[in-house]
Design a protein around this ligand. Structure first.
Ligand code: DAH
Length: 337
């Protein structure tokens, strides 16, 4: 039968030529000639279809013999001519190595890390609490009135079991005061959630850092000193702070704390809307009702608390004008930090 004879002759011819090949270009040309897509062997295999069923088994065996034989002769030739370095695929050892891109810290993490480090140097310990909280810890124990709008399902994410995604890091104060005897000096960094429509300055989740100091004879002056020191550490020796009266249910008196503008140093610019000041934190003296709800005697203990938005500090520090940039994970943005 001629196909079998042809195949055996083809194998013998290929073996002879490959054994004599003097360079890898010749070997590659022979590879294409015999087993390439338009090579002789694939073409001969097409002829199998025209055989009778009785002829097919023997012819099939001859095809396999030719295929493995040619492949083995190719491998042997490649090996003989310097192993693996096929024509056009030679390894160029003078090429520079491939650069791996290094990961880096996200701007939120940078601000959180710096903020925590500053407070740790001032003697604060880090406390953390869960993101899923009870209404009691997030609102009731913090003296939030029953009809306060922040409790509304329009503003707060409720679970079917009545628990919520915490809307602030203040409930960590409650957890720590319920379980720790004063003196207490903690900061509580973490993620919080509010049912806002996302825009340039609002997100459905963001980060806060809460501070709490409880001891005997703590005064508003201690709070002011701590805030001023924090502002200097974060923004430089010339940074100033000011307090404006405000209201929070969990502190009395309550203040909003402004920092002199990080961008213009207080002269007035677009970021501070020409005022020279940036609203940074809420703070105040711990409301006696909050102490009582945690089993701490307000006649014996006093304290201050404060809360910052981390995204706000990051946006000012890095001159970011849209909060959403912080969550899109676009490497062109992240690469800049
Ligand atoms: N929890 C407040 C908020 O989310 C921030 C805050 C204000 C925290 C005053 C405090 C504080 O501890 O004393 O707006």
């Amino acid at each position: 039968m001629s196909l079998i004879a042809d195949l055996d002759a083809l194998l013998a011819e290929a073996q002879g030529l490959l054994a004599a090949a003097a360079d890898s270009a010749t070997v590659e040309a022979l590879r294409a000639k015999y087993i390439g897509r338009k090579g002789i062997l694939p073409e001969m295999m097409g002829r199998l279809a025209g055989l009778t069923p009785a002829e097919k088994p023997e012819a099939g065996k001859a095809v396999n013999r030719a295929k493995t034989g040619v492949q083995a002769a190719l491998d042997a030739a490649v090996e003989r001519l310097g192993g693996g370095a096929r024509a056009g695929h030679a390894v160029d050892v003078t090429l520079p190595g491939r650069q791996r891109t290094l990961g880096r810290k996200h701007p939120i993490t940078l601000v959180l890390d710096d903020t925590v480090a500053i407070f740790r140097r001032m003697g604060f310990l880090v406390a953390e609490g869960p993101e899923i909280e009870t209404v009691y810890n997030n609102f009731d124990a913090l003296n939030t009135p029953d009809d306060h709008p922040s409790r509304d399902p329009q503003d707060t994410f409720y679970f079917p079991d009545g628990r919520i995604l915490r809307t602030q890091t203040s409930p960590v104060q409650i957890r720590v005061m319920q379980t720790t005897k004063p003196p207490i000096r903690i900061v509580c960094p973490g993620r919080v959630f509010r049912r806002d429509t996302p825009d340039a300055t609002h997100g459905m989740n963001f980060h806060q850092i809460e501070g709490l100091y409880v001891d005997r004879n703590v005064t508003l002056a201690d709070l002011k000193g701590t805030m001023a020191e924090f502002a200097r550490e974060l923004c430089g020796a010339d940074a100033k702070i000011r307090f404006r009266p405000h209201f929070f249910p969990f502190t009395e008196p309550s203040v909003e704390c402004d920092f002199s503008c990080i961008i213009c140093g207080g002269k007035g610019c677009r970021v501070c809307k020409q005022s020279g000041w940036l609203e940074i934190a809420g703070a105040g003296m711990v409301n006696p009702k909050v102490f009582t709800s945690c089993g701490i005697d307000p006649e014996e203990w006093t304290g201050y608390a404060f809360g910052f938005g981390i995204e706000r500090i990051a946006m000012i520090r890095y001159a970011i004008n849209d909060l959403r940039l912080l969550y899109e994970n676009d490497v062109r943005f992240l690469h800049q930090f």
